[in-house]
Design a protein around this ligand. Structure first.
Ligand code: ADP
Ligand code: MG
Length: 240
């Protein structure tokens, strides 16, 4: 569903991704871990073409993306992304936030977009918040709206960049619960998170990135109990 081949990405002199290869199969849930600054966000942003790679190849659903020629807003619609900070439009209601992109980018009719949006709000447990403005929501509710908004584009893959890191501890589980449900429904997902219990229980595979390179890729049991790299062992001790 999503393949990265030998991706290199630099910011000026600083090479952040040093030849990353990653293959994510349909319906697979990959949790991406690594210390701060190792390149996790940059990698996700390259998958979504918020950052342009310097070399290598990104293949989405079998199609190699040419960032110069292809319609990037169409590709961004296929690869949904949820950030640490929710980035909801403050002057739009929850429902308006969700229908905006399907109407603007996918040219959906308002009625159709609204029906879909209401289904998605039900899915994330926020049916009663359709007409509320974001500032009336808790962080966990905002993040669930952000997930619904991303799903409204009917993406083929969902990327999550530390979606619970900005939340108060008591709000984390409601967001992880929605993500767990999505995974169970067969969504292909790449998730950057420090929630190791979620990784253990939901991931098909855990991938460790260190200084811009993937150094470990294993099923959760192997990852935690028998990692191949010393750096992975150190990381596991760090995160508990
Ligand atoms: P992580 O998400 O794993 O913490 P990032 O991908 O955010 O790591 O960052 C990796 C490295 O790239 C860091 O050294 C960071 O300072 C640098 N970096 C990220 N984005 C930019 C940017 N837009 N310009 C310059 N340097 C950046
Ligand atoms: Mg990051």
């Amino acid at each position: 569903m999503l393949t990265a081949k030998d991706i290199h990405k630099s910011f000026g002199e600083l090479e952040v991704l040093k030849g990353v290869d990653l293959h994510v199969s349909p319906q697979e849930v990959v949790v991406l871990v690594g210390v701060s600054g190792s390149g996790k966000s940059t990698l996700l942003r390259c998958f979504n073409f918020l950052e342009m790679i310097n070399s290598g190849e990104i293949i989405i659903d079998g199609k190699s993306v040419n960032s110069k020629k292809d319609n990037l807003s169409k590709i961004r619609a296929e690869v949904g992304m949820v950030f640490q900070h929710f980035n909801l439009f403050p002057h739009k209601t929850v429902l308006e936030n969700i229908i905006e992109a399907p109407m603007m980018v996918k040219k959906k009719k308002k009625e159709e977009a609204m029906i879909h949006a209401k289904k998605l709000l039900e899915k994330v447990g926020l049916s009663d918040k359709a007409d509320v403005y974001p500032n009336k929501l808790s962080g966990g509710q905002k993040q669930r709206v952000a997930i619904a908004r991303s799903l409204a584009m009917e993406p083929k893959v969902m990327l999550f960049d530390e979606p619970t890191s900005a939340l108060d501890p008591e709000l984390v589980s409601e967001v992880l619960g929605v993500m767990r449900q999505l995974a169970q429904e067969g969504m292909t997902m790449v998730v950057v998170t420090h929630e190791m219990r979620f990784a253990r229980e939901v991931a098909d595979r855990i991938v460790m990135i260190d200084e811009g390179q993937i150094i470990e890729s294993a099923d959760p049991k192997t990852f935690f109990e028998n990692p191949s790299q010393e750096r992975t062992k150190q990381f596991i001790q760090l995160v508990g």
